[in-house]
Design a protein around this ligand. Structure first.
Ligand code: HEM
Length: 503
């Protein structure tokens, strides 16, 4: 090759590389990402961090990198926030900027890219869905109309446990019966329907398919294909399974529940009185506000958001009461003193401060949704003095906010008294950014209005009627945690001895 040409080519290359370095330095200065481990091409931080992005791992990373840190997981930007001030910024001060949701490849399937309410971006669709769901699900009127039903369902649980001799001796997996109770609580609100027993075939179909939906979406095993698009072909079988489960599940909701009410509504027309939750939702469909898919996705959301979280919290509450007999005795004494021999009702809850403190402490120590439901900023944003690229997944580590010894006295102890003493002003509704079991702000949980009384009534009735004990030969219940993408449940559904207690 001609020497002059070679020299020119080398000079050109040198100039291009120098320019690239200068530009990247300049841009780097202006674009300041939160701290975090140094990413490598294609994989980002995935090889260093792994798949299991649970609240405890993210807490360890917060100790290393600080209250805000950034991970690049393949192509996905992930920002984790671990201080009350930054949580306030994300959920409240910049609630609109950070009020959208990310979906991964699996949630894209289960929600058909955000046709639902929980996983849709912040905007008109979300506002409409939230408005349509409020009257049938999230008002005090719903509580007034349904509280007798919740008390009745809890009474039936107690009755069944009392007539089962095994419950008082070897113990039973009480969760199985409580799951039926939770389905009945929510299906009564939604469809005015209940299932008579744990053997009901439709209940069992629902239980199995909801379990699959939850397992597939909370698992960490699909992360690699979500983070690194070139690996996605290896995920084909997993994603096909998700599609199958989604179709089957929506078909089940349609066939067994929604279609009947829709038929009734079509026959009666606008004369029909709106009796249960789904009638209101179908009414919105009839008026053209939403389509039939949206109707089914509302049912889908309730089946996940309401049933599992509340059941897990009740299960954690029972486990803590069994493992802390002193607290259980104190709660029993409060119930006896305030109610005498009467069974607890929703109206009694306000007169039972210790029970309320037990519920709050359960939600603090064993937070069912420890990372909240992932938030997202649609556009480039600023947080804590850092640049946050548009469409980042924002995780608020609510578990760490509520379990950080810098903010709480002995957070590693299950001690309901804290909510009557030094933390007496802290409510579950998000009035303190150290304690966010239901989130705060625009995307906070609207179901809190139902969840708190249901948990209170259920734990109250159980403690009034039984001494809850570990199975014979066991000192404590195993409380090993099972974490998911943003969930926290007990690993082993515990066997509990329910020894009838007399007032
Ligand atoms: C103990 C029980 C429950 C817990 C711990 C819980 C917790 C949460 C959390 C942490 C969020 C996300 C907040 C955020 O991202 O900022 C959420 C959202 C949501 N929850 Fe709950 N929840 C519970 C029960 C319920 C119930 C009973 C319902 C329905 C009846 C419900 C419906 C929803 C809905 C629809 C959303 C999405 C809100 C949105 O994206 O705008 N939840 N919940």
């Amino acid at each position: 090759m001609d020497l002059v040409v070679l020299e020119k080519a080398l000079l050109g290359l040198f100039a291009a590389v120098t320019l690239a370095i200068v530009v990247s330095k300049l841009c780097g200065k202006r674009f300041k990402l939160p701290p975090g481990p140094t990413p490598v091409p294609i994989f980002g931080n995935w090889l260093q961090v792994g798949d299991d992005l649970n609240h405890r791992l993210l807490t360890d990373m917060a100790r290393r990198f600080g209250e805000i840190f950034h991970l690049l997981m393949g192509v996905r930007d992930l920002v984790v926030v671990s201080s009350p001030d930054l949580a306030r910024e994300v959920l409240h001060a910049q609630g609109i900027e950070f009020g959208s949701r990310t979906r991964n490849v699996v949630l894209d399937i289960f929600t058909d890219k955000g046709q639902d309410m929980v996983f849709t971006v912040y905007g008109d669709h979300w506002r409409k869905m939230r408005r349509i769901m409020t009257v049938p699900f999230f008002t005090n009127k719903v509580v007034l109309q349904n509280r007798a039903g919740w008390e009745e369902e809890a009474r039936l649980v107690v009755e069944e446990l009392k007539t089962n001799p095994t419950a008082a001796t070897e113990g039973v997996v009480i969760r199985r019966r409580l799951q039926l109770m939770m389905y009945n609580n929510m299906y009564r609100i939604m469809f005015d329907k209940r299932f008579d027993s744990v053997d009901d075939p439709v209940f069992n179909k629902l239980k199995a398919i909801n379990f699959e939906r939850s397992r597939l979406s909370q698992s960490f095993e699909f992360n690699y294909g979500d983070f690194i698009p070139i690996l996605r072909p290896f995920l084909r079988r997993y994603l096909n399974k998700c599609k199958e489960v989604k179709d089957h599940r929506l078909q089940l909701f349609h066939e067994h529940f929604v279609a009947q009410r829709k038929k009734m509504m079509d026959e009666k027309g606008s004369e029909m009185e709106l009796e249960c939750g789904i009638d209101h939702i179908l009414d919105a469909e009839r008026k053209g506000e939403i389509n039939y898919d949206n109707v089914l996705y509302i049912v889908e959301n309730i089946n996940v958001a309401a049933l599992e979280t509340t059941l897990w919290s009740i299960e954690w509450g029972i486990a803590e009461l069994v493992n802390n007999p002193e607290i259980q005795r104190k709660l029993g004494a409060e119930l006896d003193a305030v109610l005498g021999g009467d069974q607890i009702t929703e109206q009694d809850l306000q007169r039972l401060p210790y029970l309320q403190a037990v519920v709050k402490e359960t939600l603090r120590y064993r937070m069912a949704i420890p990372l909240l439901v992932p938030h997202m900023n649609l556009n480039h944003a600023n947080l804590g003095g850092y640049d946050i690229p548009g469409e980042s997944k924002i995780l608020v580590n609510a578990w760490w906010l509520a379990n950080n010894p810098a903010h709480w006295r002995k957070p590693e102890e299950f001690r309901p008294e804290r909510f009557l003493e030094e933390e007496a002003k802290v409510e579950a509704s998000g009035n303190d950014f150290r304690y966010l079991p239901f989130g705060a702000g625009r995307r906070s949980c609207p179901g809190i209005i139902l969840a708190l009384p249901i948990i209170g009534i259920t734990l109250g009735r159980l403690v009034q009627n039984f001494e809850l004990l570990p199975p014979p030969g066991q000192a404590k219940i195993d409380t090993t945690e099972k974490a998911g993408q943003f969930s926290l449940q007990i690993m082993k559904h515990s066997t509990v001895v329910c020894k009838p207690r007399v007032f």
